[in-house]
Design a protein around this ligand. Structure first.
Ligand code: FEO
Ligand code: CA
Ligand code: CA
Ligand code: CA
Length: 634
């Protein structure tokens, strides 16, 4: 597996509150408990227009109300857990369930394209890309048998692309400009209408909704940074592209959010990297993709593109229902390596977004809209453009503080020239106010029954100093922290460790310390490296993994009961893959899950979704149904 950019910390601060804390805060349940009896959020899906004044498209459907529905979905863990897997090609689900592969790399989504490995950049622009990651399904009918799937394409390695091109005897070599353009077109987001047909699902090649948003698609900026000189290049090039689209989110007004994570990996360093470059990891020679060789805007050593990297690291809003609407980068949400965003409705109908910055020793953030989101939209203001950004400090006593990141904070006012400067350098602002360095915070999800906020910390093998919320030194296996954030809009919270991955019976485990494979407990519930996390409407916590599973077994998806913390394995992926990205369709009787980088792109390791030796593996989406038509997991 190649080096993950996020494994290496770039946080130079000594924000290490509560050194010497060796005791994990486990099972401290008493102070936690939901305070809101109401639904966290209701997805009306009626008005996804991004653009001010733009009429809402005619989407008559609605997402399920994500209210507490506990008890209506059957047993929380009603399936027989499956063992760990080392399968080369198979996705395994429990007895009574079926998994069907759809949307592998190269699937045509627009008229005039045909399925297969791309033959050119123009061909890739009409097809599903690589690096399937966060996604969300927006139904277009009542039953959810048809809808628009927004699907992130985080990245595709050059070797994976090269292998694919080799399979079709392409003449395009890795150092050709066309190779770079295909690579850029592999990235971004696919917006694709899909429909259930018989027992399967098929693409509906509808150009009104379907499109590829790539590393070169025109984008717009809004919020405090929109008109900042920090986004301007002397080259005068327009805003283009979204990159390293990792996890996802969605708004109550029916739009999709895609999160730009390891954007630094696309840029060649400038001659003398700045402190901000160091903090954001913009210190590489660009060799991970080599785009700068054929595309100057990814070369920071070219003064005319000095600010290009400031255009990445944002959360981007996309209208799933109208392919003509320009994606908008919402700058009020800050610029970090955004993993994902979980949006809930807080007190006063303000929307609240929880976000992780996935790097070793980086932070957890939240954004609170300035006012009731409906009234803001009625006034033509996006609730994602005006509000307050906070970063989390987890105190040793199980309380915590959301620290404001604004020019009203004297230390930040002294450091930054304005809110645009602060937001472009969100990490530095968070350093200054004393946020708690975390073990690579990835996805965050909110329990619809209790309103508790769950933060997946995937691992931090380099951690040498513990703090209360990150108790292992080092932490190769990861853990999940949960927070009671009250009505979501306040500045104080309480927290505890929900579970330690690896060996949960051994809080001081530092060794990916699983028992032997013959240990039945190990075989049925152990996992490592929690990454994507998702609460279904009934309160099941789905945990998807990305990292070294026990004994080198394949990545997986487990389900946890948030009350008992019982964990049961539901899905195992093919060799070399990461399991990431999850969405229901309408009634939670259909669940989509993504298989990213199977075989790490090499046919020697996996041929997924094919089973034929020699076939280059392809990232794909898996559709899971229960054979009796019931709720998934029940
Ligand atoms: Fe893209 Fe942190 O996973
Ligand atoms: Ca991830
Ligand atoms: Ca990860
Ligand atoms: Ca990953």
């Amino acid at each position: 597996m190649e080096l993950e950019l996020e494994d290496l910390g770039s946080n130079p601060t000594d924000n290490r509150p509560f050194d010497d804390i060796l005791t994990a805060r486990i099972g401290r349940r008493a102070v936690l408990g939901g305070s809101l009896a109401t639904a966290a959020i209701t997805f009306l899906g009626t008005s996804p227009a991004l653009a001010k004044g733009k009429p809402a498209p005619g989407n008559a459907s609605s997402q399920p109300a994500f209210a507490g529905k506990k008890g209506k979905g059957g047993d929380l863990l009603g399936f027989d857990g499956i063992p760990l897997s080392a399968a080369k090609n198979g996705v395994v689900v429990p007895d009574g369930y079926t998994a069907q592969v759809i949307l592998p790399w190269g699937t045509a989504i627009l008229p005039g394209f045909s399925d297969g490995i791309p033959t050119s950049a123009a061909d890739q622009e009409g097809k599903i890309g690589l690096g399937h990651d966060g996604m969300w399904f927006f139904p277009t009918n009542r039953s959810g048998s048809e809808g628009v799937l927004c699907l992130n394409h985080e990245y595709g390695t050059n070797s994976h692309l090269r292998n694919g091109l080799g399979e079709i005897d392409s003449e395009i070599a890795e150092d050709d400009e066309e190779f770079v353009k295909i690579s850029q077109a592999l990235h971004g987001v696919a917006v694709v209408k899909v429909r259930r047909s018989g027992d399967g699902w098929a693409v509906v090649p509808d150009p009104a909704t379907n499109r590829r948003i790539t590393g070169n698609t025109e984008v717009a900026f809004s919020g405090p940074v929109a008109d900042s000189p920090l986004l301007e290049n002397s080259a005068g090039n327009g805003f283009a592209g979204t990159l390293n689209n990792c996890g996802s989110g969605r708004t109550p007004w029916g739009t999709y959010l895609t999160c730009e994570e390891n954007f630094n990996g696309y840029f060649r360093r400038r001659a003398t990297p700045t402190d901000a470059d160091e903090r954001y990891g913009l210190t590489g020679d660009g060799s991970r993709y080599g785009w700068h060789v054929h595309d100057d805007r990814f070369d920071l050593s070219k003064p005319e593109y000095a600010n290009e990297a400031n255009r990445f690291g944002w959360i981007v809003e996309i209208d799933p229902m109208d392919a003509s609407v320009t994606p908008i980068k919402r700058t009020a949400l800050g610029r970090v390596k955004h993993e994902a965003i979980e949006i809930v409705e807080g007190k006063g109908k303000r929307i609240v977004g929880y976000m992780g910055d996935d790097q070793a020793n980086d932070y957890v953030y939240k954004f609170v809209s300035a006012a009731n989101w409906k009234s803001m939209r009625a006034r033509g203001i996006s609730p994602l453009d005006e509000g307050t950004l906070y970063v989390a400090r987890y105190d040793e006593d199980g309380t915590g503080q959301w620290l404001e990141l604004s020019m009203d904070v004297p230390a930040l006012n002294a450091r930054f020239s304005g809110m645009d400067d602060l937001l472009v350098h969100t990490r530095i602002a968070a350093d200054i106010v004393g946020a708690t360095p975390m073990d690579r915070p990835e996805w965050i999800t909110v329990d619809p029954n209790t309103d508790l906020v769950y933060v997946a910390c995937t691992n931090n093998s380099g951690r040498s100093t513990a703090n209360g919320a990150n108790p292992r030194t080092p932490n190769p296996s990861g853990h999940i922290v949960r927070m009671d954030d009250g009505d979501f809009v306040g500045t104080g919270f309480t927290w505890e460790i929900f579970l330690l991955a690896g060996d949960p019976d051994n809080p001081s485990d530092t060794s990916n310390g699983f028992g032997p494979p013959t240990d039945p407990t190990y075989a049925m519930n152990k996992f490592s490296d929690p990454d994507a996390v998702y609460f279904d409407p009934y309160g099941r916590l789905w945990i998807l993994t990305d990292g070294g599973q026990p004994e080198g077994r394949n990545n997986q998806m487990v389900v946890a009961d948030p009350e008992s913390a019982e964990v049961r394995r539901f899905l195992t992926g093919p060799a070399g893959c990461e399991v990431t990205g999850i969405t229901p369709t309408m009634e939670d009787t259909v669940l989509f899950v993504n298989i990213q980088h199977p075989g790490n792109g090499s046919s020697a390791q996996s041929n997924f979704p094919s089973t034929a030796d020699g076939v280059v593996p392809r990232d794909a989406t898996v559709v899971i149904t229960k054979d009796d038509g019931g709720v998934i997991g029940s």
